[in-house]
Design a protein around this ligand. Structure first.
Ligand SMILES: NC(=O)c1ccc[n+]([C@@H]2O[C@H](COP(=O)([O-])OP(=O)(O)OC[C@H]3O[C@@H](n4cnc5c(N)ncnc54)[C@H](OP(=O)(O)O)[C@@H]3O)[C@@H](O)[C@H]2O)c1
Length: 216
């Protein structure tokens, strides 16, 4: 598959690129093409040093959208709406939102926009024929980056387009040990997103790092 990552130079974007580029063609997008190229070079260097295959290139965010069948929006929630407004060409594409609107007081909590979730907000901002799924919200970037350990986690995928959801589940399932589960329609996205602050709270109060989930 061809996978574009908008904001692919960040924590989760680079982590996902490291795993996905071993099996798919990955386009790391950025607002700055040079930054994306530096990031893709470091992915290639790391994977090359481990003698792992790697198909990745750096580009600007628009090229990442244009080149891909699946576009992952790996930008922080406060910048998601603005980022989407600067890009075009989402029509007909499978778009994935791993975006978690989280705030922190004494503890972490889901702080969604008026639509009810980041995913539902993204849905409103995209063209009507974009095929949005919410997925990859609950695995910490450090886990994606730690290539020495398998990703023994589950990915909850929700969305209203069954074929898009199947494709995203296939993408997740292509990473060894990672298991994708159909979590239902996009209306479930507030639940998928709000699992992440729960994991962060468990991490904080139970003194654990990068807590994840596996559905059995
Ligand atoms: N980190 C995690 O463990 C994790 C896990 C699951 C889900 N998520 C979700 O994934 C998304 C990305 O998280 P992250 O931790 O990877 O974020 P991040 O590293 O802070 O930022 C990701 C990328 O967003 C771009 N960006 C930053 N500020 C921007 C702005 N003002 N306008 C447009 N683009 C901007 C940057 O790319 P350029 O400068 O190259 O344009 C940056 O590399 C978030 O919504 C988060 O909730 C994160």
């Amino acid at each position: 598959m061809k996978v574009g990552i908008v904001g692919g130079t960040g924590e989760i974007g680079e982590g996902m690129a490291l795993r996905l580029s071993q099996r798919h063609e990955v386009f790391i997008g950025s607002r700055e093409r040079d930054k994306a190229q530096t990031c893709s070079l470091s992915c290639r260097t790391l994977l090359g040093s481990l003698e792992l295959p790697c198909r990745v290139q750096g580009c600007d965010n628009q090229e990442a959208v244009d080149s891909a069948e699946i576009v992952i929006l790996a930008v922080p929630f406060p910048h998601a709406a603005n980022t989407i407004s600067t890009l075009k060409g989402f029509g007909g594409k499978i778009v994935v939102s791993p975006i978690n609107p989280i705030q922190r007081a004494e503890y972490f909590f889901h702080a969604p926009p008026p639509e009810g979730s980041a995913g539902l907000m993204v849905k409103r901002l995209l063209p009507a024929d974009a095929r949005l799924c919410v997925a990859f919200n609950n695995i910490a970037a450090n886990r994606w980056r730690d290539l020495e350990k398998p990703l023994r986690y589950s990915v909850a995928v929700c969305g209203d387009d069954p074929t898009a959801k199947e494709r995203v589940m296939e993408l997740a399932g292509s990473v060894p040990e990672l298991e994708a589960f159909d979590a239902g329609p996009l209306a479930v996205s507030p639940m998928v997103e709000s699992l992440t602050p729960l994991l962060l709270n468990i991490g904080k109060y139970s003194r654990m790092k990068d807590v994840g989930v596996r559905f059995l």
